[in-house]
Ligand binder design. Structure first.
Ligand SMILES: [Zn+2]
Length: 100
């Protein structure tokens, strides 16, 4: 599995919006666009209170794996109220900078 991840990171360039809300799935081998899609979060252990965003398919895979090995599920679905903001954000110009 480690080898596969290393291979994926070499094979796939990282999108600048990787892991961001309405950006791209944080799984390097996936990076599916999240805007308008069902999104899931995982706690970012590198940042206090940070969240990483994943697509539905990857989150389902992660949770299925966690269930299999008997650890707490890592991915949490983004609640509907947050999804409702996507339409408003769509009117904004392309995000060109990160916060912090
Ligand atoms: Zn994904």
């Amino acid at each position: 599995m480690k080898e596969r991840l290393i291979f994926a990171s070499l094979d796939q360039p990282r999108k600048p919006d990787k892991g961001l809300r309405d950006g791209s799935c944080n799984r390097t081998a996936c990076q599916a666009p999240l805007k308008g899609e069902r999104q899931w979060t995982m706690d970012d252990f590198m940042v206090v209170g940070g969240k990483l965003y994943y697509c539905h398919r990857c989150a389902r895979d992660f949770n299925a794996w966690d269930r299999q090995i008997g650890v707490p599920l890592r991915c949490t679905p983004v609640p509907p109220p947050e999804q409702a903001r996507i339409t408003r954000d769509a009117d904004l110009p392309q995000v060109s900078s990160f916060h912090g």
